[in-house]
Design a binder for this molecule. Structure first.
Ligand code: SF4
Length: 266
């Protein structure tokens, strides 16, 4: 069996504990306005054109996004960094896109890494069938679970889907006793107003005591802008500024002072 991957990052330090290898799996049922990896949304291999400039000259270079890998090929990649992974208490993370869209491949991959004694994490939007979640639970040490907005209508407007299934799956995973880090993208004008921050805080506090390790606040950034051009996609976040370090520190303090373990992540 093969899985479609659009990026592999070695020495990743923000996708779970220690030093990790992160595999980005292609295909996502959401289409968030701020997505930093829009090349991961389509479930198919895509041909795109990159424009490189040298002086006044423009060079158009064809690029293929997405490549099929076997599980053994992924294992080979991770094993190159095994010493660092082991010494740092790291592992591998499956991200995307939405890794649960390729659930059969994901199960095989997680099972293989677990058999090698390697810590496994799944970074998910939470928008998946319960059967997909059930299939990966036995082989997943940690879920990185995105909570983007608690209001279903706002969630639908900005991501393309309601959050009903996501919140249901979140509860399902924690009742199964799995460790979870909640990831909250901090998107100015979308989810960072005082009322929603309070709602988020109350949501997290309401779940405490059930294996929630931490919340990670992920500041919006514009590093994906060039990708939108490359994929001929509309940049709906045009003109939105990245939250400042001071703002992120304020938000961190807000959650921390309520007794929540919180980190500002990359
Ligand atoms: S869930 Fe993640 S990968 Fe999918 S569209 Fe949203 S930000 Fe992009």
């Amino acid at each position: 069996m093969k899985g479609l991957i659009f990026n592999i990052i070695r020495y990743a330090i923000n996708d779970g504990p220690g030093i990790r290898v992160t595999f980005f799996m292609k295909g996502c049922p959401l289409s968030c306005w701020w997505c930093h990896n829009p090349e991961g949304i389509s479930p198919n291999i895509e041909e795109v054109e990159r424009i490189d400039k040298i002086g006044d000259r423009e060079f158009r270079i064809k690029e293929t996004v997405g490549k099929y890998y076997t599980v053994n090929e992924l294992l080979d990649v991770a094993m190159r960094d095994f010493v660092f992974i082991e010494e740092s208490g790291g592992g591998v993370t499956f991200s995307g896109g939405e890794p649960l869209l390729q659930v059969d491949f994901l199960v095989e991959a997680l099972n293989t890494f677990k058999s090698e004694g390697i810590h496994t994490a799944v970074d998910t939007s939470g928008y998946a069938s319960v059967s997909a979640i059930d299939a990966v639970i036995p082989f997943t040490d940690l879920f990185l679970f995105d909570i983007k907005h608690l209001d279903p209508l706002k969630h639908k407007k900005y991501t393309g889907v309601s959050n009903n299934l996501i919140l249901k799956n979140f509860d399902y995973i924690i009742t199964k006793g799995k460790k979870v880090i909640i990831r909250i993208p901090v998107i100015p004008g979308f989810n960072d107003d005082p009322d929603h921050l309070k709602a988020l805080r109350d949501f997290v506090l309401g779940k405490q005591g059930v294996n929630i390790e931490r919340i990670d606040l992920l500041p919006f950034h514009r590093s994906g802008v060039a990708k939108y051009r490359k994929l001929s996609l509309e940049d709906k976040m045009k003109g939105v500024e990245q939250p400042s370090t001071t703002r992120m520190d304020e938000l961190k303090k807000y959650f921390f002072e309520s007794g929540i373990n919180v980190k500002v992540s990359g």
